[in-house]
Ligand binder design. Structure first.
Ligand code: 0O2
Length: 209
C-alpha cells in the first residue's frame, strides 16, 4: 500500500477546504460584522488511526476509502451555539461539495457527553488523472464543546478508550458545565458582540495611528 499516493488527494482536500472555510471568516472580518466562525483547523487522519478504525469496523483495505468518512477532517469552531447553525446553513448553500449526511450531536449528545455537529461531504479534488470524489467530515462546534472534546480525546488516548468510571463521571459533569457555559454566553451574546465590535474599531484606529 502506497500511503503517500492514497492520501495525497486527502491532503489536497484538507488544504483546499481550510482555505475556503477560512475565507468565509475573512469575508466577515472585511465587512466588520460578527463572524460565526472563530477558527478552522484541518487534518488528514494519521495512518495508525486509519488502520485502527478499519480494524475496529472490520473493513478491508479496499473498503476503507468508502467507509471511513473522516480521513479528511475539518473543524469549524464557533463562539456561540447559534453560530453553528449559521455555518451549517452556509455550507448547505455551497456549490463546491455535496452534503451526504448530517449528525446533530448537539440536540442529541453522545453518551460520553460529546457535542458537535457533523457533516459528511462528497468533495471533488482535481488530480493529474482527473477528478477524484472523496469523503470528508466537517465538525462544527463551539469553543466550549471543543475544549471538552479535546480533553476527552486525550483521556481516551491515555486510557486506550477505557476511561476510569470516576473520570468518566467527571467528564459528564464537565460536559454539562460546558453546555451551561454555552447557554449563559448565548444569553449575553448581543452584549459580547457589541463589546467586540467596539474593541475591533479601537484596534483599527490604533493600527492607523
Ligand atoms: P479522531 O482521532 O478524532 O479522528 P466511530 O465509529 O464512532 O469511531 P463514526 O461512526 O465514523 O465514528 O462517526 P462519529 O461517531 O460521528 O465520530 C466521528 C468523529 O467524531 C470521531 O473520530 C471524533 O473525532 C469525533 N467524536 C465522536 N464521538 C466522540 C466522543 O465521544 N468524544 C470525542 N472527543 N470525539 C468524538 P475518531 O476517528 O473517533 O477520532
Amino acid at each position: 500500500m502506497n500511503w503517500e499516493v492514497l492520501l495525497a488527494p486527502y491532503v489536497q482536500a484538507v488544504d483546499e477546504l481550510k482555505v475556503k472555510l477560512r475565507g468565509m471568516r475573512k469575508q466577515y472580518e472585511n465587512e466588520s460584522s460578527h463572524s460565526p466562525i472563530e477558527f478552522v483547523t484541518g487534518r488528514v487522519k494519521p495512518i495508525s488511526s486509519i488502520l485502527e478504525k478499519a480494524q475496529r469496523k472490520g473493513l478491508s483495505i479496499d473498503h476503507m476509502e468508502s467507509k471511513i468518512q473522516d480521513i479528511a477532517g475539518l473543524r469549524v469552531v464557533c463562539q456561540f451555539v447559534d453560530d453553528i447553525y449559521t455555518v451549517v446553513d452556509m455550507l448547505k448553500n455551497r456549490k463546491d461539495f455535496k452534503i451526504l449526511e448530517e449528525k446533530d450531536y448537539i440536540s442529541d449528545k453522545k453518551d460520553s457527553g460529546y457535542r458537535s455537529y457533523h457533516m459528511i461531504i462528497h468533495y471533488p479534488v482535481e488530480t493529474i488523472k482527473g477528478e477524484k470524489m472523496l469523503l470528508a467530515e466537517i465538525q462544527i462546534r463551539t469553543l466550549a464543546m471543543n475544549f471538552w472534546a479535546t480533553n476527552e480525546h486525550s483521556l481516551n488516548y491515555k486510557y486506550s478508550g477505557q476511561i476510569p468510571v470516576e473520570v468518566q463521571s467527571r467528564l459528564k459533569r464537565a460536559a454539562e458545565a460546558a453546555f451551561r457555559l454555552d447557554e449563559e454566553m448565548s444569553a449575553i451574546r448581543h452584549e459580547v458582540q457589541e463589546a467586540q465590535k467596539i474593541f475591533r474599531k479601537k484596534q483599527d484606529r490604533d493600527s492607523r495611528e
